[in-house]
Unconditional design. Structure first.
Lengths: 96, 96
DNA sequence: CCAACGTATGAACAGATGTTCATGTCATTC
DNA sequence: GAATGACATGAACATCTGTTCATACGTTGG
């Protein structure tokens, strides 16, 4: 596949608010699916659906711990991108 | 609007291959709409439609020069994000 | 083994999105 | 000022996407 399409695929995944919140929720530390659902306010089912996509793109990695499964952002580049654009958003919202 | 939604909005715009190619085409130097269309292989109409969205999000800025309009990526953060993920794609495609 | 908990999956649906085709607008040239 | 070139816009359409609801799966405790 073309590099551009790979990039676009990643961006598209980050382009949904719910999925972005999920990513941000497990950016620094592994979180269980339930915890992510609670943190984002999305249903458990929806979170699981999204996590499947994020996992397929290797943006998150999941590890089973007894009954729960803990997900964490799997990529340093992704972390950088997110942090970078968070600054951007902060600037755009800017000082009122 | 929430910061997360702003970020997601930007990511979503970069999440379409055509639009991403358009962005990359005018990342370093201003390009006319026709030039962008030629560079990306998309129709003039489609490029114009996408440029409208990118302009609305202030990801590109357009300047009229006689008959032509030149667009250029308008934001340093965006440039950084794109370059950052280009490296990511390079790594993922990586050494076989 | 049965029940309970946490997570995953599948079907179905409403709404959004990318693209095309046709046409409109603005600036230039003759 | 009519014609041409470069870009913008609008309608229409097929496709994709996010969400929900119901249900299945795997793991632990009695």
């Amino acid at each position: 596949m073309d590099d551009v399409e790979v990039m676009a695929g990643i961006f598209r995944l980050m382009g949904d608010p719910t999925r972005l919140r999920i990513l941000l929720a497990c950016l620094d530390a592994p979180q269980s699916v339930g915890a992510i659902a609670a943190a984002t306010g999305a249903s458990q089912s929806l979170v699981s659906h999204h996590l499947r996509l994020l996992r397929a793109a290797r943006l998150v990695a999941g590890r089973r711990e007894a009954r729960q499964v803990f997900y964490v952002a799997a990529d340093d580049h992704v972390r950088d991108v997110l942090r970078n654009l968070m600054h951007h958003a902060a600037e755009q919202g800017g000082p009122t």
